[in-house]
Design a protein around this ligand. Sequence first.
Ligand SMILES: Cc1cc2nc3c(=O)[nH]c(=O)nc-3n(C[C@H](O)[C@H](O)[C@H](O)COP(=O)(O)O)c2cc1C
Length: 365
Amino acid sequence: MPNLALHPLPPPSCPGLAVTALAPMQDVTDLFFMQVIASYGSPDYFFTEYFRVHPSSTLDKKILRSITENPTQRPVFAQMIGESIPDLVRTAKLLSRYPVAGIDLNMGCPAPRIYRKNVGGGLLRDPEKVNQILGELRQAVSGRLSVKMRIGFEDTASFEKMLALINRHGIDLLSLHGRTVKQMYHGAVDYDRIAQAVQQLNCPVLANGNVTSATSAAAVLAQTGAAGVMVGRSAIRNPWIFRQIRQYLSGQAVTPVKLAEVREYIERLRQTTAALTVPERARVSYLKMYLNYIAQSVDAEGAFLREMRLAQTEAQLCSVLDRHLLSDPNARFNLEPYPGLLARPGSEAARPTSAAEQICVGSAG
Ligand SMILES: Cc1cc2nc3c(=O)[nH]c(=O)nc-3n(C[C@H](O)[C@H](O)[C@H](O)COP(=O)(O)O)c2cc1C
């Protein structure tokens, strides 16, 4: 018999407030980044990058470290991506032996090389397969079992079916990105669908998609009635966001951030890449991945964004950083991204030989 008992969420850090989670982001939310985020004010929950699951898969050692060495004092959910039921069950049981808050299934990844294999967002095209996977996983996982998904693949035709499956299999938590897979990271987020999920599901829902600030978190919570918000790209841009959300929701003033503090944050990000034995070009590209997001709140005209993109060497990059962030160190970092400034590396889409991947390989040992 499937275990239909709902497991309550782990206690939040501020009882009574809506919960927050750092969204899983491949090549970003590793042990090091979790530690950096935690130092600025942890979310209530972390999620690992996804563990790939297939017949010959083993647990990725680097991702496993974000569980076994989790320095944040906050619970971490282990995310899996895959479609082979015996291997998902095998991996879920393996992961359950570690100190995880729960096992999370990725049903949202929009990268074509992923969804074409019918994993991640690709699963949303096949409700019967989802029914089987969730049924088997529910039997195998005695602790929390959670799902992260989008509102559909091409459209929302199967959305209600998916919600019914979440209820049928006693899923403990749904993180819902209010876009379809085909929308990738663009276009409006459909918060009404998230509100619908909140209404229809027996489990708590984390609203995800374009939560950009404390005020936007409060607006999304009001519109959806969700138990909490999950924040991805805006946490890269502004690692203070979880503390700010808690301040705002509890009626306190949101502590502003100075550009000099942003310079320190970037320096911490740089320290990790600087220690690695990868070429300078790869280190620069890796840092630029973060800077693409951060730059959205530095100046409205996008001068910092343009100049940092042109930098080729670490020295050039540091000089751009110092010029823009330390010439008026007490100037405010904008709480929202400035309109019209787009971060280009906005997805986990295929980039097999990217700098980020080189860095990950470099840090794996
Ligand atoms: C660089 C990057 C990597 C991502 N990797 C994952 C992942 O491994 N698993 C997952 O479920 N979602 C992944 N996502 C999606 C995010 O978790 C989140 O759903 C999405 O970014 C929308 O939230 P946001 O608007 O707050 O960024 C990734 C997103 C980005 C930008």
